[in-house]
Design a protein around this ligand. Structure first.
Ligand code: C5P
Length: 244
């Protein structure tokens, strides 16, 4: 969390509820989970409601990008499900980001959410530039001369000014975002690997300690834990590596 030790979020990258839940049952009750498009599209809101209903923390990674009214409605729905973090695309623009931020605040005031999550406001995270884009492919999307570094900084600033609570970024951009947007602007970083571990398909990886030193508030960790023969110990190892 902000100004403290980063929290580990386990990515539930599974095709169905049963596989996801088999992992959840092996991990401590205070574990954070990321529910992304694959699992949500198949298993839907019940996954989030069940996790939240049992007091577990959910990062709902739906990367919303639509007109303001539609995104605001989706934010209210996510808040009602009990999610704690939700992603929106900063490229949706100021009006969309403001509508999303206002909806999150209003939903909290209306007492949305269930169980233990009822009093924890849904926080919104901006997606700036997808890490699948690079300096070569960016101009076709964001216009001539656009670079990853400049675009990430600009979109993070826009998100911050529009009331969004934080951003998802690689560890590499984490410090720059904190400097530009302030320490209280949360940064969530995927692409985490233990020292000496295979990067697999991730182009830019960092260890938990490096991510922590860069100021990350949450570390998203997938296969290091989900593909481990002993996920509980793997989670403990990642948590311990933050301080190493
Ligand atoms: O298995 P691994 O630790 O690489 O999983 C990382 C998780 O973070 C996956 O859910 C992936 O979709 C997500 N993610 C990522 N890179 C980004 C954004 C999200 O790996 N730039």
């Amino acid at each position: 969390m902000v100004a403290g030790r980063p929290e580990v979020i386990v990515a539930l990258d599974y095709p169905d509820f049963e596989s996801a839940w088999a992992l959840v049952e092996q991990l401590p009750a205070d574990t954070w989970y990321k529910v992304g498009l694959e699992l949500f599209t198949r298993a839907g809101p019940p996954v989030v409601e069940r996790l939240a209903g049992e007091g577990r923390n959910v990062f709902l990674d739906l990367k919303l990008h639509d007109i303001p009214n539609t995104v605001a409605g989706a934010v209210r729905s996510a808040s009602r499900l009990g999610a704690r973090l939700l992603t929106v695309h900063a490229a949706g623009g100021e009006a969309m980001l403001r509508a999303a931020a206002d909806a999150a605040v209003e939903a909290a005031a209306a007492g949305n959410g269930s169980g233990a999550q009822a009093h924890s406001r849904l926080r919104l995270l901006a997606i700036t530039v997808l890490t699948s884009l690079d300096d070569a492919s960016l101009p076709a999307v964001f216009g001539r001369g656009a670079t990853v570094e400049e675009t990430v900084g600009r979109l993070a600033g826009l998100a911050r000014e529009s009331g969004i609570d934080g951003a998802v970024s690689s560890v590499r951009e984490c410090r720059a975002i904190k400097l530009a947007c302030g320490e209280e602007f949360m940064v969530v970083t995927p692409g985490i690997r233990l020292a000496g571990q295979d990067a697999q398909d991730q182009a830019r990886v960092a260890t938990p300690a490096v991510a922590s030193a860069a100021g990350a508030d949450y570390l998203v960790v997938g296969r290091t834990i989900t593909k481990s023969e002993d996920p509980r110990t793997a989670l403990e190892t990642v948590r311990a590596a933050i301080d190493s």
